[in-house]
Design a protein around this ligand. Structure first.
Ligand code: 13P
Length: 251
């Protein structure tokens, strides 16, 4: 049995003070969750978030990191810097990074390598665009993203990699993948991992769904055999909604 992981991706929302307040509101609602709970916050909110989760089981994730340890990379943050703060997890390859900031499968792979080398856990995001789905190439696109991003990752290191399947057309649109669609691609990712590593590694891997997951649809999505959690955007900013998704993962 895989433990489900519910992770909020706050994207570019909340000041440090607001982050502390939001975590303060979430904390009592998700206590005793039978799943892992993470909040993925903006860089500047990390110290406040780490402070606010103290004494709880909530983990804190960053939303990106660079592949070099240090150097002339204006605006970037290294995996080592995140580790030094006490951050345990980093979201990498999110479609917003790919669409708006020129991330490619190759740069995502470099970031994954650096994060794992630094000791971080990675949430690796993959997913097809609407055009790609309509062309019938979802399986090829997603398998390719997974294979390139994990190109240097060993089977042992896979214990620190979570994969989030996030169809781009479902992100922030209110248009959720059906439970069957979500499960189909999560299962495809698992088969891809079995081919890259072993059936046992694939079986142990946590594969989340993300894209307009909310309090109303979470239970059905999370009941799918290959969906091991959720990466939640909009609904993660609303304590009651986020807690309802966590509760759905528990049942
Ligand atoms: P929404 O839940 O707002 O669709 O965002 C999903 C997402 O991008 C999580 O990383």
């Amino acid at each position: 049995m895989r433990t489900k992981v519910i992770a909020g991706n706050w994207k570019m929302n909340k000041t440090p003070q607001q982050a502390a307040e939001l975590i303060g509101a979430i904390r009592p609602l998700v206590e005793g969750a039978g799943c892992r709970v993470l909040v993925g916050v903006p860089f500047v909110d990390l110290p406040a978030a780490l402070d606010a989760v103290k004494g709880s089981a909530i983990g804190v994730a960053a939303q990106n990191c660079h592949w070099e340890k240090a150097g002339a990379f204006t605006g970037e943050v290294s995996a080592e810097m995140l580790c030094a703060l006490g951050v345990g997890t980093v979201i990498l390859g999110h479609s917003e990074r790919r669409t708006y900031f020129g991330e490619t499968d190759v740069t995502v792979a470099k970031r994954v390598r650096a994060a794992l080398d630094a000791g971080l856990e990675v949430i690796l995001c993959v997913g097809e665009t609407l055009d790609q789905r309509e062309q019938g190439i979802t399986a090829e696109v997603v398998a390719m993203q997974v294979k390139v991003a994990l190109g240097t990752v060993s089977g042992q290191e896979m214990a620190r990699v979570i994969i989030a399947y996030e169809p781009v057309w479902a992100i922030g649109t209110g248009r959720t993948a059906t439970a069957a669609q979500a499960n189909e691609v999560c299962a495809l990712i698992r088969r891809t991992l079995a081919g890259l590593y072993s059936p046992a590694t694939a079986d142990a891997a946590v594969i989340q769904y993300g894209g307009s997951m909310n309090a109303g649809n979470a239970a059905e999505l999370l009941a799918q055999p290959d969906v091991d959690g959720g990466l939640i955007g909009g609904a993660s900013l609303k304590p009651q909604d986020f807690a309802a998704i966590v509760a759905a993962a528990r049942s």
